[in-house]
Design a protein around this ligand. Structure first.
Ligand code: RIB
Ligand code: CA
Length: 314
């Protein structure tokens, strides 16, 4: 694959952190321009600090981190400390960041960077609520034409919701932002629970991360050992679903995934279904297709890729 310039927009989060590490372990394929934090799993000050800590852990303190939006476009913030712990990356106790976040706001960084690059240069990898990208599109509509593709861990249809019976967390936190993006016309690939629930981090795989013998492998095992508790208790599966790294793996090895180009709309006014991704997998609505919706993954190939890339790090 040709090397891609990517910006990672994220709310670390243990799974976000594994995604960031996987991306930084793939320098031949991915040029990580920056990390932009957003309020999501935990408040913005923590997601920003966590992004700084994880890039330090990877030995990449030169990767700039920009703090983005501290709350959704319209609704009150919703967080997920019940899954990720108070810090958002419970399971590890990492050193304080070696440097501060950049002074520019993350939304303005997105606008300036997309304007400064040619169309087709930059891919946005979104691992949390999509507030920053939607706000950038509202503030500077011209940037949509510059975005190569947005690959976003978001949504659920066959697997139904995880934060409500119908909505997946990243969409539920800011459904208005999701609606802006799905209606933007930008090439959008959605990586929903329908596929991430087939990427189960079994203890055999966690042992393989730890057996890498490096600090990043140990950190991955420790973080996922913490965050798995909620999902194992809820679902009773042999492993916890590993959500956000599916975004990076999709860029690296799309051939291990199955996807279909379909129509997806966002429910904004449901009594019980606000934040639901209404994924027309069977084409019954006749609405135009606007999303490449990922439905399946070869889990062994996925985890083999992740362990190989994290193994390259310090
Ligand atoms: O629903 C899973 C998503 O919500 C993941 O991105 C996880 O990090 C949380 O943000
Ligand atoms: Ca996330």
């Amino acid at each position: 694959m040709a090397k891609r310039k990517i910006i990672i927009d994220t709310d670390p989060g243990q799974d976000d952190s594994v995604a960031i590490l996987t991306a930084l372990g793939s320098p031949e394929e991915l040029d990580v321009l920056a990390v932009v934090s957003v309020a999501g799993n935990v408040p913005l000050w923590r997601t920003t600090e966590n992004a700084l800590k994880i890039t330090d852990l990877a030995g990449r303190p030169e990767i700039p981190v920009y703090a983005g939006c501290a709350r959704p476009m319209r609704r009150d913030p919703v967080t997920a400390e019940h899954v990720h712990g108070t810090t958002g990356i419970n399971g590890v106790d990492l050193p304080a960041p070696s440097r501060p976040a950049e002074s520019q706001h993350g939304v303005d960084y997105l606008i300036d960077t997309l304007r400064a690059n040619d169309a087709g240069e930059i891919t946005l990898c979104v691992l949390g609520p999509i507030t920053n990208i939607a706000m950038a599109m509202v503030k500077a509509p011209d940037i949509s034409a510059k975005i190569t593709e947005i690959v976003w861990m978001a949504g659920a249809y066959f697997e139904v919701g995880n934060i409500t019976p119908t909505a997946e967390f990243n969409v539920y936190v800011d459904p208005e932002a999701a609606d802006v993006v799905v209606k933007s016309g930008v090439k959008l690939t959605m990586v929903p629970l329908d596929v991430t629930h087939r990427a189960l981090a079994t203890h055999e795989w966690l042992d393989k991360f730890r057996a890498l013998g490096n600090r990043c492998g140990a950190a991955v095992a420790d973080m996922l050992n913490f965050s798995e508790r909620f999902d194992l208790g809820k679902y009773g599966w042999v492993g916890a679903p590993l959500h956000d790294p599916c975004v990076i793996a999709y860029l690296l090895k799309p051939e291990i995934f199955v996807a279909r180009h379909i129509n997806v709309e966002i429910e904004l006014n449901g009594t019980y279904s606000t934040g639901m991704t209404v994924a027309d997998w069977w084409g019954v609505s006749k609405r135009p297709a606007n999303v490449t919706y990922v439905r399946d993954v070869d889990a062994d190939a996925f985890f083999g890729l992740l362990t190989e890339r994290v193994g390259r790090l310090p």
